[in-house]
Design a protein around this ligand. Structure first.
Ligand code: IVH
Length: 671
C-alpha cells in the first residue's frame, strides 16, 4: 500500500470511528469514549483532511462543525406536502376519531401513540444511504433548504448504518432544543445583553434559520423522527418502519406505543399528561396514528390533514407556588409592570422565580395576595404569568395587595390614562429607568444601531457622561478610556459607530427618539407623509390624524412630545451634529416599482441588503425570496448565489445592478 492509500485508510477509519461515537453519544446516549478522546480523533481527522483535500467528503463527521459562508436559503418544493394534524383538546373528541375511523375501516386496526414534539418540523431526503437534503416545513408545499445547518446536528445520521435501507426515502421529524441547552443558551444571551428566546421552539427555529452554520453547530439541537415515506420501505406499517429506522441510525424515542383499543390510547394520553414534565424536552400533546399504510390510504386526507391521524393537545402546563413579594418595574416609557417574586418552582423544564402580574386590574380581578399559592403558566412570552390563586389555602389574615401610588424609582405620583390598563410614571425627563430606557432604545439595532450593550449605556449614564441622547455625539475617546469596560480599541470603535449612525435614515431617527406610540411602522408612515421633522413638529393634531394609521392617541402623543422644550432642544442639538432629519429624496415613497416583484442577492457596495430592500419597498416594489416566473427583476450584488442566477436566466428575468436599480428610481422621479 502506498503512503497515500494508507492516509486514505486512516481517514476512513477515523470517520467511521467518529460516526460510531456520534451515534452512541447523541442517538443512544451511551458514549463509549471520553470527550477528550473524541476531540483527539476529530482533530486528527481535521488535520488530515486539511493536508489532503483530495479526500474531502461532504458527509465526513468533520463537516458537522459548519461553515461560516453566509447564504440565502433556496426554496424547495416538497415531494409530498408536509401536512398538519387535526387537533383535539378533549378525550371525547379523541373517541370521535375512533368512531369516524371505524366507519371507513371495517376491520381490526392498530393505533400508534406517539409524543407530539414541540419543535420545528424537518424533512430529510436520503439517497443510497447519504443525507442529500434537509428542508423545513415552510408553508407545507415548499420550504427552505437548510441542509448545511442540519448537518451540524450530531444525532442526524449523514451516512446510514447497515445495508438494508431503501435506495431512496424521506424521513420527517422534529428538530428541538432540550431544556438544558435552552437554559444555557439564554444564560449566555443574558451575559451578552442579547434578547432572550421565549421558549425552546423559538430558539430551535431561530437557530435553524441562522445563516452561519458554524454558529448552528454550537447550539445543542436534537432531532426525533416520526414518519418515513418512500416506494421501497421494508414494511407496510408505520410503526415497524420507524423501528427499523432505528437500526439505520435515526433517533426514535422508546415512548411510542402500539394500542389495540381507544381505551388503551386514552391510557397513554393520561399517563403522559403527567409524565411529560419529566422529559428533557417539550411536548405539546400526543399523536395518534393508524398503523397500516393500506388502512391509512383508505381513510385518506382532508385538504389540510390526514384522516388517519389526530393530535390530542395538552393544556398549557401549570404549577402552584408561593407568591413571596411583588416588585414594580418601571419601563422605558414609564409603564409600571408588577412582577411576582415566587418560591422557585420547576415549570416546563426550567426553574421559575419570577412571573408577570400584568397590571392593577388583573391583580384585583384575581385577588392576588402576598403569601398566596398561585398558579403559574408559560405563555408565548419570556416571562411566565400568574393565572390564578388557590384561595382554599389562603392565609386567614391576608389582606388585598395594595397597588403602588408613587413611582418606586423617582417618587413621582403615578397616573393612569383613560382606557389604559397600566399605570405610568409621568416624570419622563427625571426618572432614571425612563432616561436609561430611552438611551438604550436610541442606540438599539432597529434605531440608530450604535453597537452598545445595555449595561454599557447604563454605565455611561451612571458616570454622568450621557444624560440625553444628544450627549452620545459629544462623547470623546479619552472619557471612555477612563471607564472600566473600555480599552483604546473599543473606545475608538464606539466613537466610529456613533459617527456612522449619522447616516441612519430619517424614519429610523424618528423611531429612535422614542416618542410614545411611535414604533417602527408609525415612524415610517410619518417620515413618508411629512418628509421632515419640522413638518411633523408643525403639524396640528387634526393634520396628523388625517394620515392613515395615525389615530388621536398617537397624534396627541406626538404633539405633547414637541411641546416639551427638553425634547426640542435635544432635537436641535442632534441636528447640529448632522443626523438625518428629513427623508432622503432618493428613497421618498414612489411608485416606480409598483406591482413589481424584485429579488435581491449578493452583497452591495452602496447600501446594505436591508437598505436595498427598504428602497424597493419605498418605491412601491415587493421583495420576494425566491426566483419564479413572476419575478420582474433580480438585483445582483457581489458574490451572488449561482442558483439564483441560473434560475433568473431560465425564466428570462432581467438582472440589474445596484446602480441600475437606483438609476431607475431617480430617472422616474426626475421625469
Ligand atoms: S405526524 C401528516 N407525529 O406536528 C402529518 N407530527 O401538526 C404528519 N409533530 O408538522 C405529522 N410530533 O411537526 C407527527 N409524533 C409526531 C409529531 C408530529 C410533532 C409535529 C409535526 C407536524 C405537526 C402537525
Amino acid at each position: 500500500m502506498d503512503q497515500l492509500q494508507q492516509i486514505k485508510q486512516r481517514i476512513d477509519r477515523l470517520r467511521s470511528a467518529l460516526d460510531e461515537h456520534n451515534h452512541r453519544y447523541y442517538v443512544l446516549s451511551q458514549p463509549s469514549v471520553s470527550d477528550f478522546e473524541y476531540d483527539q480523533l476529530m482533530q486528527e481527522l481535521i488535520n488530515l483532511e486539511t493536508r489532503y483535500p483530495e479526500f474531502f467528503d461532504e458527509n465526513s463527521p468533520s463537516q458537522r462543525i459548519g461553515s461560516d459562508i453566509t447564504k440565502d436559503f433556496q426554496q424547495v418544493v416538497h415531494k409530498n406536502p408536509m401536512l398538519s394534524l387535526a387537533n383535539t383538546y378533549s378525550l371525547e373528541e379523541l373517541k370521535e376519531f375512533e368512531t369516524r375511523a371505524k366507519k371507513i375501516v371495517n376491520e381490526p386496526y392498530e393505533y400508534i401513540c406517539e409524543l407530539k414534539y414541540d419543535g420545528v418540523s424537518i424533512s430529510l431526503s436520503y439517497r443510497n444511504g447519504l443525507l442529500i437534503r434537509a428542508v423545513t416545513r415552510g408553508d407545507g408545499e415548499k420550504g427552505d433548504d437548510v441542509t448545511a445547518n442540519v448537518k451540524t446536528i450530531k444525532s442526524i445520521p449523514l451516512k446510514l448504518r447497515g445495508n438494508d435501507y431503501p435506495d431512496e426515502f424521506e424521513i420527517r421529524g422534529e428538530i428541538l432544543l432540550p431544556h438544558e441547552g435552552f437554559q444555557k443558551m439564554n444564560e449566555e444571551r443574558i451575559s451578552r445583553d442579547e434578547p432572550l428566546f421565549a421558549n425552546p421552539r423559538n430558539a430551535a427555529s431561530g437557530t435553524l434559520k441562522m445563516q452561519n452554520s458554524s454558529l448552528v453547530a454550537k447550539r445543542p439541537l436534537d432531532c426525533l423522527f416520526y414518519s418515513i415515506t418512500g416506494n421501497t420501505l421494508p414494511y407496510q406499517q408505520h410503526f415497524e418502519n420507524l423501528m427499523k429506522a432505528k437500526d439505520w441510525g435515526f433517533k426514535i424515542t422508546q415512548h411510542i406505543k402500539k394500542c389495540r383499543s381507544i381505551d388503551e390510547v386514552l391510557g397513554f394520553v393520561n399517563e403522559w399528561e403527567e409524565k411529560r414534565k419529566s422529559l428533557p424536552f417539550d411536548i405539546d400533546g400526543i399523536v395518534v396514528k393508524i398503523n397500516s399504510f393500506d388502512q391509512q390510504s383508505r381513510l385518506g386526507y382532508t385538504a389540510k390533514s390526514p384522516r388517519w391521524a389526530t393530535a390530542y393537545k395538552f393544556k398549557a402546563e401549570q404549577v402552584l407556588t408561593r407568591l413571596l413579594s411583588v416588585d414594580f418595574q418601571v419601563g422605558r416609557t414609564g409603564a409600571i409592570t408588577p412582577v411576582a417574586n415566587l418560591e422557585p418552582v420547576l415549570l416546563g423544564g426550567t426553574t421559575v422565580k419570577r412571573a408577570s402580574l400584568h397590571n392593577a386590574d388583573q391583580i384585583a380581578l384575581l385577588d392576588i395576595r402576598i403569601n398566596d399559592l398561585v398558579y403559574i403558566e408559560k405563555g408565548g412570552e419570556i416571562i411566565p404569568k400568574v393565572v390564578g390563586v388557590d384561595k382554599g389555602k389562603r392565609d386567614f389574615h391576608s389582606k388585598p395587595l395594595e397597588y403602588i401610588t408613587h413611582c418606586p424609582e423617582c417618587g413621582t405620583k403615578l397616573i393612569r390614562l383613560e382606557g389604559e390598563a397600566k399605570h405610568y410614571c409621568p416624570n419622563e425627563s427625571g426618572c432614571p429607568p425612563q432616561i436609561k430606557g430611552r438611551l438604550i432604545h436610541f442606540v438599539s439595532r432597529k434605531a440608530m444601531d450604535i453597537g452598545l450593550a445595555e449595561a454599557t449605556v447604563a454605565q455611561l449614564y451612571d458616570h454622568d457622561l450621557i444624560k440625553n441622547v444628544a450627549d452620545f455625539y459629544s462623547l470623546r475617546k479619552e472619557q471612555l478610556i477612563s471607564l472600566e469596560r473600555f480599552a483604546e480599541k473599543s473606545a475608538e470603535n464606539l466613537i466610529a459607530s456613533i459617527e456612522n449612525s449619522k447616516k441612519v435614515p430619517f424614519h429610523r431617527v424618528l423611531y429612535a427618539l422614542g416618542i410614545r406610540y411611535v414604533g417602527e411602522t408609525v415612524a415610517k408612515t410619518l417620515a413618508v407623509e411629512f418628509g421632515s421633522i419640522d413638518a411633523i413638529e408643525n403639524a396640528t393634531v387634526e393634520k396628523l390624524i388625517s394620515v392613515d394609521e395615525i389615530g388621536e392617541r398617537i397624534a396627541e402623543s406626538i404633539n405633547s412630545y414637541f411641546a416639551d422644550h427638553e425634547n426640542t432642544d435635544c432635537i436641535k442639538r442632534l441636528k447640529e451634529h448632522g443626523l438625518q432629519f428629513q427623508i432622503n429624496k432618493a428613497v421618498q415613497k414612489g411608485t416606480t416599482l409598483s406591482g413589481k416583484s424584485l429579488i435581491i442577492s449578493g452583497v452591495f457596495s452602496q447600501h446594505s441588503r436591508e437598505e436595498i430592500k427598504e428602497i424597493i419597498e419605498q418605491n412601491g416594489g415587493k421583495n420576494v425570496s425566491s426566483v419564479s416566473g413572476n419575478t420582474d427583476f433580480l438585483v445582483a450584488g457581489k458574490n451572488i448565489g449561482p442558483g439564483k442566477l441560473e434560475k433568473a436566466h431560465k425564466y428570462g428575468i432581467p438582472i440589474i445592478s445596484e446602480e441600475e436599480l437606483l438609476d431607475m428610481i431617480r430617472e422616474k422621479k426626475g421625469s
